[in-house]
Structures are given as structure tokens and as C-alpha cells.
Design a protein around this ligand. Sequence first.
Ligand code: SF4
Length: 256
Amino acid sequence: MAEKAFRNTSSTKGLFVTLMAVTCVLIAAVFAVLWWLQGAGLATIHPKLPAIIGGLLAVVAGCILLGTLLLVLTTLLGKDIFGTRLLRGIAIKFLLPVIEFIGKLAGISRDTIRQSFIAMNNSLVLSQRVRLKPDRILILLPHCLQLTDCDIKVTGDINKCARCGRCPISGLADLAEKYRIDISVATGGTLARKVIMEKRPKLVVAVACEGDLTSGIRDCYPLPVLGVLNERPFGPCVNTTVDTQKIDEALRMVLS
Ligand code: SF4
């Protein structure tokens, strides 16, 4: 049941999957046009050259098509079909920038695409069905979850939180205590990377905005990251909040 609720938050992945398929078709079309344009010129060098270059382009386009098909199937079925880790890497390193560009041309906001990417990434991570002990998981939180008028410095040690309950830090610290999981509050990407280097988790459950989560997922690869978006009722980076229940559900899906 918990799993179902977390997966439901991932329904936006459909957009990324659609854009992935469109990107794939466009790449194949560009390859076909390139081959067609170059064909006549190549034939003057050697009559067999158009066929050789055409064959190579077809193999590359075929690999891209197959990879995208596997990504789409893995994302939709939620099952590790084949090489999910590698496919996640291709999506993160190669497809995301291209898809962001195509989405921009289609008038889709960058945040919408990133939300969809995070949802797809979560699906791919969960499809691997990893089950870990609590000490191999790290919860990483952004500093903006803490109330700005709170005088306690929770970065570095969340246990300093007095648990007054005025911001989500209190509930999240309780959650980490319940499962005996490491939890850290980071003020930015550099500190987050430092925390990960120190704690060496096998999986990170991270809370952040679309931009920070996307760059965090990209920077951490191949370390799997389950991303949970924060809510920003007062605008970005100030007194943000998060549904603790979503973190709880994500944790239950990866805890052994
Ligand atoms: S819950 Fe903790 S961090 Fe948040 S305002 Fe209260 S004492 Fe400060």
C-alpha cells in the first residue's frame, strides 16, 4: 500500500517517457537525413561508402531505439528488464539535456520536465528492487526546510533540533530515529557531496527542488537517489516543506 502511494506521486514520469520516445525518433530521423545528404558525395570517394556509413548510422540509431525502448518498458513496468543501471546513466547523462532542449522548443517548462525526470529516475531505481540495511541509507535534506526564525543550527547534526514541531525537520528527525537511518541537512551541493563522501551510503533519499534534485541525481550517479520534491508555499529556498509520509513510504520500499 505504501509503495502504491509513493508510486502514485511518480505519475508525471509519462511526460519524460513521451519526450524520450520523441527524442529517439528525431535522432533516428536526423541520422537518416544525414545519410541521404551525404550519400551522393560519399559515392564519389568510393561506391560502397554510402552503404558502409549508412549501415553504421543504422546500427547506432538501432542501439538508441533499443535503449529507449528498454527505458520506456522498465519505467512503465517497474521491473528491471535489462541493464537498468546503465540505462539510468544514459538517461541522466545524455538524454536529459536533449529532452530539456526539445521540451523547451515544445513550450514545456524546465521544472515540469525535471519533475518528470525525477519520477522516471525513481521508477528506475525502484525497478532494481534494492533492499538495504538502515545503515546503508542516507536521508539528505535541504536547509530551507528549517524555519528561518529558528536559532538552532541543524546542519551537521539534526539531533540538535528541539523538536518543537514548527517545521518538517522535527518529523523527519523522528522518522530517521525510528528506522535508525542517517539523516543530514545540507546547505548546498558541495556540503551534500561531502556528506555522501563521508557516510558512503548505498542509496540516498533526497528532498529538494526540481533543479537541485536533478543536479544531485546527476552528480551522484551511479549511486541511486530517490528524489522527493519539496513544497514551496513561501517561494523558493525559504520555509519550504515536505510530506514526511512520502519519505516514510520511500524508505519502506528500500529497507530490508
Ligand atoms: S522543528 Fe527543530 S528545526 Fe524546526 S523550528 Fe523547531 S527546533 Fe527549529
